[in-house]
Design a protein around this ligand. Structure first.
Ligand SMILES: [Zn+2]
Length: 137
């Protein structure tokens, strides 16, 4: 999708170019280093579109508050709301089957599995072995 948004661009470093994909999914990861001798603070920023985590116990909330993990102190919770879950079945990453759960604009959850679409509850969604989680602020 990112490549398709870069119409006619010949720049080889396409990862650094801004597109709507970056605007929707992208963010910056800040690494802060403080010199122990002079206390000078160095900030390093890295563009990212996803965070890979090694997780053993798959448990995820409907609402995710990122405030405890932010470097800037804010008073209000920084809430993200779950809106889609991709589930993978099968024994390897190279094979198997993918289906997803998606929340409609009216708040109803649906299981989307190839040609079938079935309504389901949030409890069903939160009980899945998730492969990908999508949150929106
Ligand atoms: Zn220093």
């Amino acid at each position: 999708m990112h490549k398709a948004c870069l119409s006619g661009s010949s720049n080889s470093d396409i990862s650094s170019q801004e597109t709507i994909i970056h605007q929707i999914f992208g963010s910056f990861l800040r690494s802060r280093v403080t010199c122990q001798s002079c206390n000078t603070v160095f900030d390093f920023f890295k563009v990212f579109q996803d965070i890979l985590l090694k997780i053993k116990v798959v448990e995820y909330p409907e609402y995710l508050d990122l405030r405890p993990y932010m470097s800037d102190l804010v008073e209000e919770p920084v809430l993200y709301s779950l809106y889609a879950v991709v589930v993978h079945t099968g024994h390897t990453c190279l094979g198997g089957h993918f289906f997803c759960y998606t929340k409609a604009s009216n708040g109803q959850w649906y299981k989307m599995n190839d040609t079938s679409v079935d309504s389901c509850s949030i409890h069903t969604v939160l009980g899945q072995q998730a492969y990908l989680l999508f949150y929106v602020r």
